[in-house]
Write a protein that binds this ligand. Sequence first.
Ligand code: AQP
Length: 346
Amino acid sequence: MRMWIASTVLGGIILKPIIFSGMQATGVPSLGNYIGAVKNWVALQQDYSCLFCVVDMHSITIRHNPTEFREKCRELLTLYIALGLDPQEHIVYFQSHVPAHAELAWILNCFTYMGELGRMTQFKDKSQKHEDNINAGLFTYPVLQAADILLFDTKLVPIGHDQKQHLELCRDIATRFNKIYGDIFTIPQDYIPPVGAKIMSLQEPTKKMSKSETANPNNVIYLLDPPNVISKKFKRAVTDSFNRIENNPEEQPGVTNLLTIYACATNQTVEQAATELANIGGYGNFKTKVGDAVVAMLEPLQKRYYELKADTAYIDEIISNNANRANQLAQTTLTKVKNAIGFIPK
Ligand code: AQP
């Protein structure tokens, strides 16, 4: 099965539609990254051929210590596998191991307008967050993201709400390119999970939970937080003075966020979770219950992570083998694009 994706696509017969998704190595992934992204990727592996990328090239719009960055990248790839992504049947790899990402990004830069990039809310938010380092990479970030997706004839891109605007831009770039050169790119669609597409900060529940948050670690549950730390963070989570457990994002953002987390951790709808917890007896008990559910969900995944981390030979083999498969697959679209533009073949 190892070459399944490569052989079916390179042979021109696509048995299953392709999914591409990625995550930046900007910190230990958060509970938001798991619920909003990876948990869904795991489920989607059944019906799609998937590429799951550690987008290390995207990650360098902020500065890192090289040794720590290397560790973060490896940690994220190992976590992908511990969380349930399958590197045999699908492809799990580092973006920087596939030069075609950067090549296609440059080409797509020439088909993207400054005005379009200037409208991206993530660029505006991150420019405010990193005022001393508003680099061109941050500005053209969505173009590299478009290249990631379009390189593999991707049909479906699982994303959280925060990435919707970028995917729309990707579709616009692909459509523009296709209008000039014919049917080169597959136009991708988004997949937004029905629950948990935006998990909020525990202390400031009107803001998204983000893994690179460092100002106050109580805002974020990191996937490798030990159980006692997870419980403590939930106990400190901000709620309100209504003293009722309801799905009411406008008036009760903190409670609604905890309810959503509980629903995702116990595989129920938010309404089912609200009914179950309505009479739990106060916010203290409610927060303990949510903490316990998250610990129960994460503990086996953490155990698996530490086992895999210790097996360095196995992880090395996956890194090399999966990079080869991704490189092989990436050439099909890149060659089509280069030919369409008029570059002379090697
Ligand atoms: N809070 C969230 N709730 C649901 N989904 C989320 N995602 C991120 N935060 C939440 C989804 O996780 C995937 C990977 O995201 P990313 O690392 O590429 O970048 P991001 O969206 O900027 O995530 P972070 O955690 O906020 O990273 P930093 O702090 O580095 O900016 C995406 O599918 C995203 O929607």
